[in-house]
Design a protein around this ligand. Sequence first.
Ligand SMILES: [Zn+2]
Length: 102
Amino acid sequence: MIPVYSAADPVEVEILRSYLASHGIDAVVLGSQLWGARGELQADAYPRLVLRDAADEPRARALLREYERRRHAHAAWHCVCGEQSPVTFEICWACGAERPSP
Ligand SMILES: [Zn+2]
């Protein structure tokens, strides 16, 4: 059992499990059942994604890196004025300029 990811919450870890499964990688979620007790158990209670087969590890890590990269790329866009706006904004919150096309 190879741990590859500690997620911020049980929903995210489930999304990632399906993401790996769609690429033919068999992973299981550990720790989600402790979610309700995370106040007492701290870091150990965070859900973890664990691979059944160590041979999948390099591909799983590459996929997870890609997932993180995309998540950050979509989290915000940069305006010419130097500020960042959330992806849900079509115009800059600071100066009102239109969002540049990607
Ligand atoms: Zn701006």
